[in-house]
Design a protein around this ligand. Structure first.
Ligand code: HAM
Length: 420
């Protein structure tokens, strides 16, 4: 065993999982294209300040989970813990607001959070995220939520539960915060240390606590939905009506407040109980002030992100297999070292004709090469010996029936034509 092991909370994606991840990412990009989304790639690290400002100083992500470091130039940087802040920064910096609204962007990238690793929770993980910027229309909320759910449906992920809530806006939230603060202060002794600090700093963030005792007290806390203004109520009503139009089933959770400070109005999560304690497969919501707060135009927006590994776990739990090891169409074997270069050349020729080809390396007897072909589940073998090279006709062996015939390279290619 080498002394080098992967860092806690990170993962090696071995071929089967790597291919599945790649498949899900690619499927998302083309699925989202049908809704008008285009791919955006932003840097893995940004100025720490960007995340502190948007996600919120008193959130778990900023207080406990961000990978922060100084570069050799003394800059305060952070590995991105989430994608929304980066997309919004890029949107403003590159004047994407000039495009027709809403501007719809999808990203497929790794995120980094220093959380306690467990099944479905990693320190480096993948997200598929979508951001639709430049419209306050509740119909857009419904379209975004339906996209989120519909993509999971397209992958045949079952037993999903959609939870929605309205988190109010800057006009009505302060009123709610006042009432919440009063409630929390009265019960302060019952909360953990982090929660009691947050009661003063940012009472909404007390809801993010995962401790059972705190959650118990919170179940009786005043509900944000009882304090939202008329405009927000109307917005939320319309979202619900549009979701019904789209036949999207949902449950309202009046305590859903999501762990970021930038959210306003509609917030939602999709959960899958078979995932266990990390059951959120996707989460998102509106963030109507973030672009303006960053110094951009006054443009409301909404988005969400999937945890891609959690989609993969859902596949595993449902026994959905997408990939098996690809078998070579042809295994090219050589009789003596002298024909190795011809075998190399012929392999290249066959690949040019879009065949999947493997050949043997190192010093091996023909018999051991054919054993290797078997292990690789190759369908056929092409044997390259001195005779074959002279005549231009090669021994082509069907490895299942053991039948063999002499064929030119062109005839070998033609054999596969109908199946390709
Ligand atoms: P989030 O709820 O923090 O939202 O993350 C979205 C999803 O990422 C979660 O539902 C979960 O599936 C996955 N996830 C989060 N943390 C981990 C982890 N440590 N390991 C594995 N998967 C994880 C956001 O990040 C927002 N930026 C979403 C958004 C976009 N809101 C508006 N636009």
């Amino acid at each position: 065993m080498s002394k080098y092991t992967r860092v806690r909370g990170t993962q090696d994606f071995l071929p089967e999982r790597a291919e599945l991840l790649h498949f899900i990412n690619e499927s998302a990009v083309s699925f989202f294209e049908n809704y008008g989304y285009r791919l955006i790639i932003t840097p893995t690290f940004e100025n720490s300040e960007l995340f502190k400002r948007s996600v919120g100083e008193s959130t778990d992500i900023i207080q406990k989970e961000m990978y922060e470091f100084k570069d050799k130039g003394g800059r305060d940087l952070a590995l991105r813990p989430e994608g929304t802040a980066s997309v919004v920064r890029a949107y403003i910096e590159n004047n994407l607001g000039e495009l027709p609204k809403p501007v719809k962007l999808i990203y497929v990238s790794q995120m980094f959070r220093y959380e306690r690793p467990q099944a479905g929770r990693y320190r480096e993980f993948w997200q598929i995220g979508a951001e639709a910027i430049g419209s306050p229309d509740p119909a857009l909320d419904a379209e975004v939520i339906e996209l989120c759910l519909n993509f999971l449906n397209s992958l045949a992920v079952k037993d999903l539960k959609l939870i929605i809530n309205s988190m109010g806006c800057r006009n009505c939230r302060p009123g709610y915060i006042k009432v919440l603060k009063k409630f929390l202060s009265e019960k302060e002794a019952l909360f953990c240390k982090t929660c009691s600090q947050r009661i003063e700093q940012n009472p909404l963030r007390v809801f993010d606590c995962k401790q059972k005792e705190c959650q118990k007290v919170l179940s009786e806390a005043p509900k944000i939905s009882d304090y939202i203004c008329e405009e927000d109520k109307e917005h939320f009503e319309k979202v619900k009506i549009y979701l019904k139009t789209l036949n999207v089933e949902f449950v309202i959770d009046p305590h859903l407040v999501r762990g970021f400070d930038y959210y306003t109005r509609t917030a939602f999560e999709i959960t899958l109980s078979s995932l266990g304690s990390q059951d959120a497969i996707a989460g998102g919501g509106r963030y109507d002030y973030l672009i303006k707060d960053y110094g951009g135009p006054d443009e409301p927006a909404i988005g969400f992100a999937f945890g891609t590994e959690r989609i993969m776990l859902a596949f595993e739990n449902q026994n959905i297999t997408v990939f098996t090891e690809p078998e070579p169409d042809v295994f090219v074997a050589w009789v003596e070292e002298a024909q190795k270069s011809d075998a190399l050349r012929i392999s290249a020729m066959l690949r040019e004709k879009h065949l999947r080809v493997s050949m043997a390396f190192d010093s091996r007897k023909l018999k051991s090469q054919l054993k290797l072909a078997d292990k690789l589940n190759a369908n056929t073998a092409l044997i390259v010996g001195e005779e074959e090279i002279k005549s231009g006709k090669y021994t082509f062996k069907d490895l299942e029936s053991a039948k063999q015939e002499k064929l030119t390279i062109e005839e070998v290619v033609n054999k596969f034509k109908d199946n390709k």
